[in-house]
Design a protein around this ligand. Structure first.
Ligand SMILES: [Zn+2]
Length: 175
């Protein structure tokens, strides 16, 4: 899985998510590892599957709502993780915008998972608004660093990422 607007490690992480190869508790159990509990370490409510950890756990869900609100699009209530990571199918973006949106959803998944690990290994985690802010900061930094000769405006990125965040990317031909 590749998106050259963000670090390669994120594409690798997404590939592992899609292949069921991240170490959520239900996957560890399938591999014969004995655990005290299968419950999600973030909410302690339900067994931790990949879908739950990245998409439907309360904090993750709040992050996805916030990210969609930032981009002024609706988060469908029954969206699957596959649809979310696939990008443009439900959002109707094309060309560069669709690539930027994919970079956002992949980065958000990665940061949601990092936050989950922070909770497991250091008993420390962020609020959903802190995670959303981290997604905005990191994607701005990553995309800026990987796109030469474009006008960059942090405030526009926050206020109207589709039209104003990276106008030179927006104006290029799709592809
Ligand atoms: Zn949970």
């Amino acid at each position: 899985m590749r998106n050259n607007l963000i670090p390669q490690k994120i594409g690798i992480f997404i590939w592992r998510v899609v292949k069921g190869r991240i170490a959520v508790k239900t996957e560890l159990e399938k591999r014969g590892i004995v655990l005290d509990t299968l419950l999600c370490p973030m909410c302690n409510n339900v067994p931790e599957s990949i879908d739950h950890a990245i998409l439907s756990c309360k904090t993750a869900q709040e992050v996805w709502e916030g990210i969609h609100k930032w981009w002024k699009i609706n988060l469908p209530s029954h969206i699957t993780l596959e649809e979310l990571l696939g990008g443009s199918n439900y959002v109707n973006f094309s060309g560069k915008i669709s690539k930027i949106w994919q970079a956002i959803t992949w980065s958000a998944s990665y940061i949601i998972w990092k936050n989950r690990n922070q909770k497991v290994f250091k008993n420390d985690s962020w609020s959903s608004s802190k995670i959303i802010c981290e997604v905005q900061v990191k994607t701005y930094e990553w995309i800026s660093n990987r796109s030469r000769n474009i006008h960059k405006d942090w405030l526009h990125w926050l206020l109207d990422p589709i039209n104003l965040g990276f106008p030179d990317i927006n104006n290029r031909d799709p592809g």
